[in-house]
Design a protein around this ligand. Sequence first.
Ligand code: GUN
Length: 284
Amino acid sequence: MAAKIIDGKAIASKMRAAIKAESADLRAKEIIPGLAVVLVGDDPASRVYVSMKEKACTECGIFSDEYKLPAETSEADLLAVIEKLNDDPQIDGILVQLPLPKHINENNILEAILPAKDVDGFHPYNVGRLVTGNPLFRPCTPYGVMKMLEETGVDLNGKNVVVVGRSNIVGKPVALMCLAAHATVTICHSRTLDLPAKVADADIVIAAVGIPAMVKGDWIKEGAVVIDVGVNRVGDKKLVGDVDFEAASKRASAITPVPGGVGPMTITMLLFNTLESAKRRANG
Ligand code: GUN
């Protein structure tokens, strides 16, 4: 069976058009959705992400306020920036780009962001709301995965979902979102015994481990849906996912490519969350 390719770029572009329209409606009511992006240091990948976020905001009518701080910024100074943004009525969302330099305690920073402006969904309050099935902000990449499954018409009810990876940014939250959608969820990781057998049992595989082509094509159950969250640079330029795409696409019924799969959805969901926050502001 040749798998249907799940086109993240097309899904993202459709969603961005809707966000742009809603943002224009808010602007007509003098509410300009605002996102603050804070980057500490000069990690090249983070720089690229931050400039992509800025461009996407502009395209969708979202005001973007950027803070590029030097790598040696102290934790206290970063906390002061967050405090200022928490109090700024023009700012609906605050995103602190991760990873942070080693001398800054990431938890202290994420906990300082006002949960009502935590468009990344990383504050323990938002994590707790996701765990208890009453989410306020959902983390962007896993939320994007859920939107892609929905757009592709994949019903999770009662299905076996295997998540490979247990990060706070993707693995754990996507597992919770699938559970909320009534799937039976297994979270696998680097210590999982007999990973191929676990994956072989999955109706939906979500790979988020950060190891190039780690999930092999012959592990995939015939007709399964495969979502590849991995973005791994091999050699100078080439990007590959966590799944062996060529082999897996011969067995899957639907699969996301890398690039052009989950990638474009992450920023789209950041815009979506920022718009949601601005709508809450508009509604008092
Ligand atoms: N670094 C890698 N992914 C993310 C993300 O989704 N949000 C933030 N803030 N930093 C990241």
